[in-house]
Design a protein around this ligand. Structure first.
Ligand code: ATP
Length: 343
C-alpha cells in the first residue's frame, strides 16, 4: 500500500530544498503519495492562522511529514513559529529529536587530524519539554524593573523515555549530557533517571558529561562519540556544533519521532536561510538526508542506504553546492543525487 506523506515546505530555503528531497525519493523508487499543504508565512499573513483545523487533521493522518523550514521576516511574532513546528512536535508528541552527524568526505571537516575525522554520531535530543515549553512570563515588562522567567520543565516520564530511546539506537556507547552541577533540580531528575536506565542496559558503555565538557570534547575528538542523549536546549546547541563538523548547516538532517505511535516529521536542521534563499544557492542535502531518515523510519532501510550512498558519492565527486565546495545549484545538486539512484 502506498504511503501518504504530508509535505510542508513552508518558507525560504524550505521551499527550495523539499522539492529536491522528493525528486530523490522518486528516483529511489519510493511508492509514496505526496500531498503538499499550504502552511507558510503567506497563508498566515492572509488568514492569521498558522495551521488551520482542516490541514491539522490531514497532518495527523499522514504516515510521515516531510518538512522544510519555517520563518519569515514579515512575521516576527513568535506565534507563527510556535503554531507550526513547536505545535507539531508537542501535539503529535514527537518526543525524540534525532540529529545524526556523519562525515561523508574528509575535505568537509574542519578537523586537521585524520584519525579524528571519522565522525558518525547521533544526537538524541528531548523534543517536547525543557526550556522550550514556553512556561514563565515577564513581570513589569518594558520597565527598568522588568523580570523575565523562563521555566525548564522536566518530567519523570519525559526524561525516562528519551534516555530509554537512546539505549535502543546506540551501537556502542550512550553519553548523557546535562548541567547537573549548576542546574541541580532538573539535573537531579536527569541523573536519577540516567542511573536507573543505564543500569537496566548493561550491554552498552555509558558516560556522563557536563554540557561544557561535551562541547569541548566534540571539537577535540568527535570520533569518540556514538550516541549523545540530552535535553531540548543542549541538544539544539550541540547539534549545530555537530552539523558544522560534517560540513555545515546545509548537510545536517533531523527526524522528530514518536517511536511508540510511529509518527514522524523529518526536516533539515537548517532554517529558512534568508541570506541565500530564493537564488538556487541552498544545499538540498540536509533535506535529502532527512527524507532518507523518513524512509528508514517507514521500514525501507535499503532505500535509505541507497539514498545515503548516492549523497556520499555526489559529495565525493564534488557534485554539490557552493557551501560544500562545489558549484551546482540547488536543483542540479538534487539531480546529481537522483541520477545516481536511477543509474
Ligand atoms: P531561521 O531563522 O529560519 O532559523 P537562520 O538564518 O537563523 O534562519 P539557518 O537557516 O539555519 O538559520 O541558517 C544559518 C546559516 O547557515 C545561514 O547564514 C545560511 O547561509 C547557512 N545555511 C543554512 N541552510 C543552508 C543550506 N541549505 N545551504 C547552504 N547554507 C545554508
Amino acid at each position: 500500500m502506498s504511503r501518504h506523506i504530508a509535505v510542508l515546505p513552508c518558507d525560504g530555503a524550505g521551499k527550495e530544498v523539499v522539492p529536491e528531497a522528493i525528486k530523490v525519493l522518486r528516483a529511489a523508487g519510493a511508492d509514496f503519495e505526496f500531498e503538499e499543504f499550504d502552511v507558510n508565512a503567506d497563508a498566515y499573513l492572509r488568514t492569521g492562522v498558522a495551521i488551520p483545523d482542516s490541514i491539522w487533521s490531514e497532518l495527523e493522518k499522514a504516515d510521515a511529514i516531510l518538512f522544510g523550514a519555517v520563518g519569515d521576516p514579515r512575521v516576527p511574532d513568535p506565534e507563527y513559529l510556535a503554531g507550526v513546528l513547536l505545535r507539531l512536535r508537542f501535539e503529535l508528541d514527537l518526543y525524540v529529536n534525532l540529529r545524526p552527524a556523519k562525515l561523508y568526505d574528509d575535505r568537509l571537516s574542519p578537523l586537521r587530524r585524520e584519525d579524528r575525522r571519522s565522525v558518525d554520531l547521533l544526537v538524541v535530543r528531548e523534543n517536547t519539554e525543557g526550556l522550550y515549553v514556553g512556561m514563565g512570563g515577564r513581570f513589569k515588562k518594558g520597565t527598568e524593573h522588568e523580570v523575565a522567567i523562563q521555566e525548564d520543565l522536566n518530567t519523570y516520564t519525559g526524561v525516562t523515555r528519551i534516555l530509554e530511546y537512546a539505549f535502543e539506537v546506540a551501537r556502542r556507547e550512550v553519553v548523557m549530557v546535562d548541567k547537573s552541577n549548576a542546574m541541580t533540580h532538573a539535573g537531579g531528575l536527569w541523573q536519577a533517571r540516567w542511573k536507573e536506565v543505564a543500569e537496566a542496559n548493561p550491554k552498552l558503555k555509558t558516560r556522563h558529561l557536563f554540557v561544557d565538557a561535551a562541547a569541548m570534547q566534540l571539537v577535540k575528538d568527535p570520533s569518540q562519540f556514538d550516541v549523545i542523549v540530552t535535553g531540548n536546549l543542549f541538544g539544539d546547541i550541540l547539534s549545530d556544533l555537530t552539523a558544522e563538523l560534517i560540513g555545515g548547516m546545509g548537510i545536517a538532517p533531523s527526524g522528530n519521532i514518536n517511536p511508540r505511535s510511529g509518527r514522524g516529521l523529518f526536516e533539515p536542521v537548517h532554517g529558512t536561510a534568508p541570506d541565500i534563499a530564493g537564488r538556487g544557492l541552498v544545499n538540498p542535502i540536509g533535506a535529502i538526508l532527512s527524507a532518507s531518515m523518513m524512509v528508514r523510519h517507514l521500514g525501507h532501510a535499503d532505500m535509505s542506504e541507497a539514498i545515503e550512498g548516492a549523497v556520499e558519492s555526489a559529495i565525493r565527486a564534488g557534485e554539490c553546492t557552493r557551501d560544500l565546495g562545489g558549484n551546482l545549484s540547488t536543483g542540479e545538486c538534487g539531480d546529481a543525487v537522483a541520477k545516481r539512484l536511477r543509474d
